[in-house]
Design a protein. Structure first.
Length: 503
């Protein structure tokens, strides 16, 4: 008998710090969303291989006044997704605010308003556990040294079973400074199994680290540890931080991320079993698999989170996120197809990294071509709109209304250390006020830019190597803006956004 196989990664884009649960026959995944809005993406699968994006649990970042401008590496870090008492629960740490919680009766909501469970700096990666047999609840979290001055330890609390309050001041239950060779212990996921409290937690840093397992007969310890997944001689660097789930037939699986530079953190699926010594064995004897038989689950059609968009009625799909809390009027609804973005007036016309009104989606981690049609409807001198590849360096192509009133195709870029952008090529006239934009993204996220103002596609500028933020992969972005002034500055229209494979 032959078994169908899957190939890693199963999510080939930046779905950072994934956590996964099973409810009945359905699997659900959430991931870090950092400073983008809406946050806490919600993905669904029936086979752990094919995933679709079904919504978001967080419509605005809180406190709202802290996220009126971009904070690309802040916001929602490493959420934990759980199902308890016929409700879905998500706990996450905002490194500058504390530990938050939301819950809902259904995965699509309605989700509660964020509740601040524990206030403080550097509190990250929380995970709850309900022990219904003893009517107890617990919470474990890690620490961000950048805010708290400490890291490499896990703190445990008793928690009220309603998830609203912690019942003690917390105790360090794992201090990895006391474990030879261990550093940057974080991302704990808490489970009860076979009479043990288990903490599955990564260490060693996102690019080169490993997955650890800790077990204790009591929640507060002492814990013993073991490395259960590491790179070995594979090309999967830093395989760690993820979720253990079981299928209805009793198979065990583990989903984790791999840091891939500008592409961010890609999600891999590993087989898992419990060894004779009672410890989990992940992958192929503790190293990642590239190809494996699919889980023992009903066959499913091929699926992946959506990327293409025709923007029906001016509405954008779930795959799009703003770079800060949005304001009314940035995108207007209408009767036809196509996205209509208002040219938002800003003093930051020369640095897209500062704009809250960028509409973004993840950069696919495979060779692709990205295309979109653009029309500039604004008569405002200096108004511009375009398609960007955005990280701590960025490059964009689009249209701008020049000082003499003509519409020009422009191509600009900014280096990580630059506080303003420069021309990547000479501007050229776009007499119809329309352009077809294309970015071909090859190996190592190397981007080549093309434009067509009506006389055929032409290349523009030099090759641009996309860059990540500190914790976030590079983004694809659509934007429209205008210089500071008075009155409405017009809009830009985007049509037929497409991402196609270059294989």
């Amino acid at each position: 008998m032959t078994h169908e196989t899957y190939t890693n990664p199963v999510l080939n884009a930046d779905w950072s710090d994934p956590d996964v649960i099973r409810v009945g026959d359905d699997f659900y995944l959430t991931a870090s969303s950092f400073g983008r809005v809406p946050g806490l993406p919600l993905l669904h699968s029936r086979d752990l291989v094919n995933w679709t994006l079904v919504g978001h649990a967080l419509q605005r970042l809180e406190p709202a006044e802290e996220f009126t401008t971009p904070r690309h590496d802040s916001g929602v870090w490493a959420p934990a997704l759980r199902y308890h008492d016929e409700r879905f629960w998500i706990f996450w740490g905002d490194p500058d605010q504390g530990i938050f919680q939301v819950n809902a009766p259904e995965i699509r909501g309605p989700w509660t308003h964020p509740h601040l469970l524990k206030e403080g700096k550097g509190l990250i990666d929380p995970c709850p556990l309900w022990d219904d047999d003893h009517d107890e609840a617990y919470l474990v979290h890690a620490w961000a040294k950048s805010r708290a001055g400490i890291k490499n330890r896990l703190t445990g609390h008793r928690m009220h079973p309603d998830g609203t309050t912690l019942l003690d001041d917390g105790k360090v239950i794992v201090d990895a400074d006391r474990i030879p060779g261990w550093f940057t212990l974080e991302g704990p996921k808490l489970h009860l199994h076979d009479g043990w409290f288990w903490i599955l937690a990564p260490a060693g840093g996102v690019e080169t680290g490993w997955q650890g397992a800790f077990r204790s007969r009591g929640f507060f310890g002492p814990y013993e540890e073991k490395v259960v997944l590491e790179q070995g001689d594979t090309d999967v660097n830093g395989p760690h931080q993820g979720a253990w789930v079981s299928t209805p037939s009793g198979e065990d699986w583990f989903l984790h991320f791999q840091q891939r530079g500008a592409y961010g953190r890609l999600v891999h699926l590993q087989p898992m079993r419990w060894g004779d010594d009672g410890w989990p064995v992940i992958g192929d004897a503790g190293v990642p698999v590239a190809v494996h038989r699919k889980p023992d689950l009903p066959p499913q059609p091929t699926a992946a989170p959506a990327t293409d968009d025709d923007f029906p009625g001016g509405r954008y799909g779930r795959q799009w996120q703003w770079t800060a809390n949005p304001q009314d009027g940035w995108a207007t609804h209408h009767s036809g197809d196509g996205l209509r973005l208002t040219c938002v007036r800003t003093a930051d016309t020369d640095d897209l990294r500062r704009l809250p009104n960028l509409l973004t989606q993840r950069l696919p981690a495979e060779p692709v071509a990205v295309e979109v049609e653009l029309r500039l409807h604004s008569q405002e001198l200096g108004a511009r709109a375009g398609l960007a590849v955005l990280g701590d360096a960025y490059s964009w192509i689009g249209l701008q209304r020049g000082a003499d009133g003509t519409v020009m195709f422009v191509h600009r870029f900014a280096e990580p250390v630059a506080d303003r952008e420069r021309d990547a090529s000479e501007p050229c006239p776009a007499p119809s006020g329309r352009v077809r934009l294309r970015v071909e993204i090859g190996r190592d996220a190397r981007c080549r830019f093309f434009y067509d103002v009506g006389d055929g596609p032409r290349p523009s500028g030099q090759v641009f190597a996309a860059t990540p933020w500190r914790w976030v992969g590079a983004l694809l972005g659509l934007f429209a803006l205008a210089p500071v002034g008075t009155g409405h500055a017009g809009a830009a229209g985007f049509d037929r956004f497409r991402i196609s494979s270059l294989h």
